[in-house]
Write a protein of this length. Structure first.
Length: 277
């Protein structure tokens, strides 16, 4: 598949990405400085930014189902790559949950902070603290969050087991006594220029193991138009299942089946194109 990569296209897209990012950064930084009075705008700008990035890199997002409009909601998704952030960021006005190390990554850390990401320490002994940090954001500012409960990325052909401890925030009722809605979401990279991707092509989009970021991103930027299928499943609450382990199993089952169906070209009909290149 590497022979389909265009260095010229990659160069143009990289330049457009840098210019778009430099344009948006001061706007979002100013909104964050102004604080709560402009919070709705500070939520909207990242979504507009990621929509622009999706268009620049040639993503066509096909969506099935409807994101839960209730705020806060915990969106739970599979994780194949940093590209998932572009996809879900373009569709949801929500903050991401990321491991603490991301805060210090060059470039990516800055974008994460401007996007108001919640950084957590995922060591087991810190699980209560990370739950409280997430609960504080969701209760105090009514923030919806996007969580990747696999805890790492993978090859895009499967869904790794979910770490149920990451769903502990769903155990605590919201300030009004209501249970926190949890919505499973599957993300699948399925076609390039209309051609089904196949197992051998997905590592060009999945980023995992010891892959280097820069050459991987360069390959992605040089590819054609990429179809990404996103399925939103009905939201649920923990009280329906009795334990976070059972909740995690339910979400994992839906997402894993949805990923397999999308990868096999058997996604449901009534698709809605949200972002097209």
């Amino acid at each position: 598949m590497r022979q389909f990569r265009s260095p010229f296209k990659a160069s143009v897209r990289l330049l457009a990405f840098l210019l778009w990012t430099l344009l948006v950064i001061p706007v979002q930084a100013a909104l964050l400085l102004l604080g709560r009075p402009v919070l709705p705008l500070a939520r909207t700008v990242p979504r507009l930014y990621w929509r622009g990035v999706a268009w620049i890199v040639g993503f066509t997002l096909v969506v099935r189902g409807t994101p839960n409009p209730t705020r806060p909601t915990l969106f739970v998704a599979n994780h194949a790559s940093y590209l998932d952030i572009i996809v879900l960021g373009a569709l949801l006005e929500s903050v991401f949950v990321a491991k603490q190390e991301v805060r210090g990554w060059p470039g990516i850390g800055l974008l994460a902070r401007l996007g108001r990401t919640t950084f957590v320490d995922r060591r087991p002994q810190k699980s209560l603290r990370q739950r409280d940090e997430m609960r504080g954001r969701m209760s105090g500012a009514a923030e919806s969050m996007i969580l990747f409960p696999e805890g790492t990325s993978n090859d895009g052909n499967r869904v790794l087991p979910f770490k149920s401890a990451l769903l502990s925030v769903a155990e605590t009722p919201l300030p009004d006594g209501a249970a926190l809605p949890v919505q499973p979401v599957s993300v699948a990279y399925t076609r390039v220029d209309g051609i089904p991707m196949g197992r051998g092509w997905r590592p060009f989009y999945a980023w995992y193991g010891d892959m280097d970021l820069a050459p991987h991103l360069w390959d992605v930027l040089g590819m054609g138009t990429t179809t990404v299928e996103v399925d939103f499943y009905p939201p649920v609450t923990l009280d329906r299942f009795g334990s976070r382990k059972a909740l995690a199993d339910h979400c994992h089952g839906l997402i894993a089946r949805g990923l397999v169906q999308s990868n096999a070209g058997r996604g449901a009909r009534n698709q809605e194109e949200v972002v097209a290149s």
